[in-house]
Design a binder for this molecule. Structure first.
Ligand code: GDP
Length: 534
């Protein structure tokens, strides 16, 4: 059956595609799992207790795949909740933090930021937040671990503002914390939802509701907590920001929720409010203007390419975000950048527990397509023969740099080929020292694991052994200038100038403060934190 004439609007309207961002250990995996639990995609959450009994969290994709012997990590999960079709994009943390993590955010329509109530805003959260902010997508905050001892909620809100520079609007407000965490006051519904401790996070939590002034709550909470709550609410209403949907949708105000992924508390109210406030997939910017999700053709862009680490399978998976039209298995599309026709033969989708072949997919969905080596990050695929290019995916600032050369000078050609190919895949960024004529290259990465991957792949796929020397730089700025002049540029002791393979000037620095100084000394240039490949 052809789907050309089917009304796709209901399918698009029910889709929500978001990324969960957090610092490792804040509870992203646990929260994801609870979403799946509420969505009915899994029957029992693998909470800490059951994890100890050797069950694994379903969203620990890497682990599952290891166990199943699949060597490619999937990075998106789809499930249904209350007739919404939800795509969650994983942003890997820990050692596998890489540029991919940032790029994934380009495919998301909104972000859920999980914060550990005891630790507040942590390093990795800051970095991921910055990218979300750059894109102007709505950012929802879930303050997790309220069942454990944490910071004061007012202090946490202040931290959001001071560290991340975003104003916040608490959608609910915690009543007590740690062992005394009783529940939340839901500001939208003006009611109290009490926490039922009986279920230990394995099943859906019940709540008791009613008006905040109801004497039954004074009885349940005790005078102290009830008074404190009335006081807090008054303070929030008076001194806090107003609820402003437009600001939320522009990413200027973050709705804040308090809860505990472990005990499920606050998970469902969060999910409901989140789905209610966020919009379905919106038009996507392109060279032809915004492309509506209902455009009469299929289109999408590739935001991530996952190489297979197993040398027996050199193929890769390209992750495509669908922007318009309907995807059908086996369809022929135009690879706009290459000017070629491609058949999308073995598309995959990643359902709660399984990787499945997908027959039909809609805007907002992410599919994995087999890549025999023809796709690059940012490529557009389109069913019509038009020159459509979606807004490019920037290169993000690497934070670790190495000087790299081949051990065997005779392998120079393979070395350069390998390096450039891996750079094209987007896992590393390559620079050359300006005017030195050496064969060395400087490689920058977002996460240090990429150096290991680079070494491994150069050896296994290109037969090249390399020598790596760590460089002290931690910060990069792409230099935008008319007729850049290397000789008159005023650098600093801790910085150096290098070039992209295309010959564009780039500044590497050891210390962040010297960037400001260099910018002041060189007002004729603009120092950029991200970069669009020419
Ligand atoms: P991730 O690294 O962000 O995916 O974090 P995990 O979901 O793996 O959680 C890290 C640790 O925090 C695990 O031991 C969880 O059981 C624990 N954890 C997660 N959510 C909560 C919570 O709401 N309360 C408490 N007390 N612990 C939690």
């Amino acid at each position: 059956m052809s789907l050309e004439n089917v009304n796709t609007t209901p399918e698009i309207q029910r889709r929500r595609t978001f990324a969960i961002i957090s610092h490792p250990d804040a509870g992203k995996t646990t929260l994801t799992e609870k979403f799946l639990l509420y969505g009915g995609a899994i029957r029992e959450a693998g909470s800490v207790k059951s994890r100890r009994s050797q069950k694994h969290a379903v969203s620990d994709w890497m682990e599952i795949e290891k166990q199943r012997g699949i060597s490619v990590t999937s990075s998106v999960l789809q499930f249904n909740y209350n007739n919404f079709c939800i795509n969650i994009l994983d942003t890997p943390g820990h050692q596998d933090f890489s540029e991919d993590t940032y790029r994934t955010l380009v495919a998301a329509d909104s972000a859920v930021m999980v914060i550990d109530a005891a630790k507040g805003v942590e390093e990795q959260t800051k970095k991921l937040f910055k990218v979300c902010k750059m894109r102007g997508i709505p950012i929802f905050t879930f303050i997790n671990k309220m069942d454990a001892h944490g910071k004061d909620p007012f202090e946490l809100m202040e931290e959001l503002e001071n560290v991340l520079g975003i104003r916040s609007y608490p959608m609910d407000w915690p009543i007590g914390s740690g062992k005394e965490f009783k529940g939340v006051y839901n500001r939208r519904k003006s009611q109290i939802e009490l926490f039922d401790e009986g279920k230990h996070g394995e099943a859906i939590v019940d709540s008791v509701t009613g008006d905040v002034a109801d004497p039954k709550f004074r009885e349940l909470l005790g005078e102290y907590l009830h008074d404190k709550l009335l006081e807090d609410i008054e303070l929030l209403d008076m001194a806090g920001d107003d609820y402003d949907l437009e600001k939320i949708l522009n990413g200027e105000l973050t709705p804040v929720f308090f809860g505990s992924a472990l005990t499920n508390f606050g998970v469902e109210p969060f999910l409901e409010a989140f789905l209610d406030i966020t919009t379905p997939p919106q038009p996507r910017q392109s060279n032809l203007g915004p492309i509506a999700t209902t455009a009469p053709y299929f289109s999408g862009f590739i935001f991530k390419i996952q190489a297979n680490m197993n040398p027996a399978h050199r193929d890769r998976i390209a992750f495509l975000r669908i922007c318009s039209g309907v995807f059908e298995k086996g369809m022929m599309v135009n690879h706009v950048q290459k000017g070629k026709k491609v058949k999308l033969a073995q598309p995959q989708q990643f359902l709660a527990q399984d990787r499945a072949t997908v027959d039909v997919a809609y805007p907002g969905d992410i599919i994995g397509i087999h890549d025999p080596g023809i796709f690059n990050i940012g490529d557009t695929l389109c069913s019509d023969n038009i020159k459509l290019y979606f807004e490019g995916i920037p290169q993000f600032a690497p934070e670790h740099f190495m000087r790299i050369s081949t051990v065997n000078a005779l392998k120079r050609k393979q070395f350069l080929k390998g390096i450039l190919q891996l750079a094209e895949e987007g896992s590393i960024q390559v620079f050359r020292p300006h005017l030195t004529g050496t064969e060395e290259v400087i490689v920058g990465v977002v996460g240090v694991l990429q150096f290991e991957v680079l070494e491994y792949r150069l050896k296994n796929e290109y037969g090249v052994e390399i020598r790596m020397t760590r460089l002290p730089y931690r910060f990069i700025r792409w230099i935008e200038a008319n007729d850049f002049n290397y000789d008159t540029f005023k650098g600093s002791m801790d910085s150096t100038l290098v070039e992209t393979p295309e010959g564009e000037p780039v500044l590497l620095c050891e210390f962040e403060w010297s960037i400001r100084q260099i910018q002041e000394r060189n007002p004729q240039v603009i120092l950029r934190e991200t970069h669009l490949k020419p």
